[in-house]
Design a binder for this molecule. Structure first.
Ligand code: CDP
Ligand code: MG
Length: 680
């Protein structure tokens, strides 16, 4: 297999009148639904990787490090850990398989435990933030990259593990990137100290193998022959100004021409966009002639309640086409059978960070070539497929080859705190595969300094006792700090609840078709002090009814995520107890809670201007209140917020009303400097 999957011959098409022609007769290809009656043992033997099993085992037995590349669906993630286990490789310890996303870690562990016919949590388990489904018997452990990094803080040599598989390496999440350095160092130290060796396997379907091989001391690259089914790729003739419109046109053209058993997967960027598109599709579908057949439109994004996410896996009724509108969650994390057509808008919502402005925003941007190939690959999992790219071939040529590593586009405060907790002697010279910019590193250390987490002496940066405590929470530094401060404000119980609520996917469910109902039932929880307080009210109400499912349904509360909040909360509470914190409740005195939030989130504060606009105090950036906030209609003078989202404007999300004096008390020097800056 070539290093870069070679693009199949492309045809041009133009959204608008004759969009494209399907060059086969409808019904020529058999319906491509997965045959679930085939026993898993047989399914395993039919995977492309099975042909290479013996050879792979022999090679992996000998190698210390290997880079393994093979098409999506060839069986890397589910089979390699089992092959190692079956061949007795690394049985003295555990095999860790990291995933960038928790949903992937959970679903893969579930699948592999089914294949091994064992109960999940026994031989095969998983660990994601706030959820550990492993036991003393566990040998194959699927986990998020963030969790392995946490474990490294306790033991930088990762001595429980004999093999670490860093999967989906091309995604270059900040945690995976740091792990590259951590496992490389652990490998070296274990060799030096004559401890048993650590095998490192880097895996992906699309990656710059040379870069990875070089970094891991010229590790051999193992290529897997994939049995990828041929996929036809079409580009647009002209660049599209409106990718949503182009997606709609393509979607309905396919719907009118292709057999109904051929499902369609459309890649979009986020929840609002997906829900709006779903509505439009259903509307249009209603008005099509009967000859067109039915379509069922299913949205897919991370914050969707789990039971609804599962709908994408259900087979559509006979004669009905399944159309899935998804974020990049379906790009690598989730595999859906039956997809024959992929429509790739070429856009994704991703984090971007500017160390000068200190601003980390979520923004809609172009995907990389690697991502585009992943998306395309989704059309050829079980049969030949077609991918419509809603951009021109010239535009595609301009895409970045690889996704810019997250470490080069995110706020590094969290990572720096973890590196310092790992006792890395000098974070500025850490062996990163791709170095973050010195400005970003400096900005992160500056932030940690403002939070009281680090001390600087000459060039040496070390953790303060406060910093050490902060690192013991699996949270962003500012939230860890907020919790640690809460005892001072006698509101630890409430702050724990708020931070837990913010640590899971949304606990609120907002079906757009029932907007008015949502608004009317939510009214009773709304606090004019902001979103944190509103969430707290909802949590209290949830506790009062003991998590009653009907209550959740009536109040559009995601009961699964709410249950997770309680779980998260008790874990965070345990950490607080270990640190000897007093567990007090401020009860109805919400001012104390807000004061505490102001002290933890002071770097995310904004001020109302005479003209009604808002500017952040940190970098004097124009921002607006997000329409989803309960403060959207109001004009509070000062607020702190959780995050910024950049769409048509720069929006603050999750706001809390604060007093300017509190901000000043939180960081007097910082605000003196800011105020001077703002006046000049
Ligand atoms: O890692 P890679 O993309 O090479 O493939 P994999 O994740 O090991 O999946 C191999 C095959 O296992 C897929 O094509 C699916 O047929 C099946 N699978 C599944 O049915 N359910 C999962 N959660 C994961 C994999
Ligand atoms: Mg995989």
């Amino acid at each position: 297999m070539p290093q870069d999957p070679a693009p199949p011959p492309a045809k041009k098409f133009k959204p608008g009148s004759p969009l494209f022609r399907l060059n086969r007769k409808p019904g020529m290809l058999p319906p491509s639904k997965e045959n679930t009656s085939v026993p898993v043992e047989l399914q395993r033997k039919h995977l492309p990787i099975y042909q290479a099993r013996e050879q792979l085992i022999n090679q992996l037995r000998q190698l210390h490090s290997a880079v393994l590349i093979g098409e999506t669906g060839s069986g890397k993630t589910t089979q390699i850990p089992q092959y190692l286990f079956e061949a007795g490789i690394g049985r003295q310890g555990l095999v860790a398989i990291t995933q960038p996303r928790r949903v992937a870690a959970i679903s893969l562990a579930t699948r592999v435990s089914e294949e091994k016919r064992c109960q999940l949590g026994k031989l095969v388990g998983y660990t994601v933030r706030f959820e550990d489904v492993t036991s003393a018997e566990t040998k194959l452990k699927f986990m998020t990259d963030g969790m392995l990094l946490r474990e490294a803080i306790g033991d930088p040599l990762l001595q429980r593990y004999t093999v670490v598989i860093l999967d989906e390496a091309h995604e270059r999440t900040v945690h995976t990137d740091v792990l590259f350095g951590v496992v490389k160092a652990a490998q070296k130290k274990r060799r030096e100290q004559n401890k048993f060796s650590l095998k490192v396997i880097i895996m992906s379907a699309t990656m710059d193998v040379d870069l990875f091989s070089q970094y891991f001391n010229n590790a051999p690259v193992l290529y897997l022959e994939g049995r990828q089914h041929p996929i036809k790729i079409f580009y647009t003739k002209q660049p599209q100004t409106d990718y949503l419109q182009a997606a709609l046109i393509s979607l309905f053209q396919i719907h009118q021409e292709a057999p109904s058993s051929h499902d369609i997967l459309v890649f979009l960027t986020g929840q609002e966009e997906i829900e709006a598109m779903a509505r439009t599709c259903r509307d249009i579908a209603k008005h099509l002639p009967d000859s067109c057949g039915q379509m069922v439109v299913i949205p897919l994004y991370a914050s969707l309640p789990h039971t609804q996410q599962l709908r994408v896996f259900h087979t559509a009724p006979k004669g009905c086409r399944k159309v899935i509108l998804s974020t990049n969650i379906a790009e690598t994390s989730i595999t859906i059978s039956g997809i024959k057509f992929v429509i790739d808008t070429g856009m994704v919502k991703a984090k971007r960070y500017n160390p000068d402005s200190g601003l980390e925003v979520l923004a809609v941007q172009r995907v990389s070539k690697a991502q585009a190939w992943q998306r395309t690959g989704r059309a050829g999992r079980e049969d030949s497929g077609v991918c419509y790219r809603l951009y021109t071939e010239d535009q595609f040529d301009q895409f970045n080859n690889m996704t810019v590593p997250e470490i080069q586009r995110c706020n590094l405060a969290s990572v720096m705190l973890q590196l310092l907790a790992l006792r890395i002697p000098n974070v500025l010279t850490f062996d990163f595969m791709s170095k973050p910019s010195p400005e970003a590193v400096r900005a992160a250390i500056e932030q940690l300094d403002l939070l009281g987490a680090v001390e600087r002496m000459d060039d040496q940066v070390t953790l303060t006792p406060m910093g050490k405590k902060m690192a013991s929470f699996p949270l962003e530094p500012r939230f860890a700090k907020t919790i640690l401060l809460s005892s001072q404000f006698h509101c630890t119980e409430e702050v724990l609840t708020i931070v837990s609520l913010l640590s899971v996917d949304s606990v609120l469910y907002n079906p757009p078709s029932r907007r008015d109902d949502v608004l009317s039932v939510r009214r009773k929880f709304i606090s004019n002090e902001g979103d944190h307080m509103t969430l707290l009210n909802i949590y209290w109400a949830f506790r009062n009814v003991k998590g009653n499912k009907d209550w959740c349904r009536e109040n559009f509360v995601n009961s699964r995520n709410m249950a997770l909040v309680s779980e998260v909360r008790s874990q965070l509470r345990e950490t607080c107890m270990k640190l000897g914190m007093a567990m007090e409740s401020s009860r109805t005195d919400t001012a104390n809670i807000r004061r505490c939030l102001a002290h933890g989130l002071f770097m995310n504060a904004a001020e109302l201007q005479p003209d009604g606009s808002y500017y952040t105090l940190h970098t004097h950036q124009l921002v607006s209140i997000h329409p989803s906030s309960v403060l959207f209609q109001g004009k509070p003078a000062y607020v702190v917020f959780n995050e910024l989202l950049h769409t048509s404007k720069c929006y603050m999300r999750d706001l809390c009303l604060v007093d300017p004096d509190w901000l000043h008390d939180a960081a007097p020097q910082y605000f003196r400097r800011k105020l001077r800056l703002l006046k000049s």
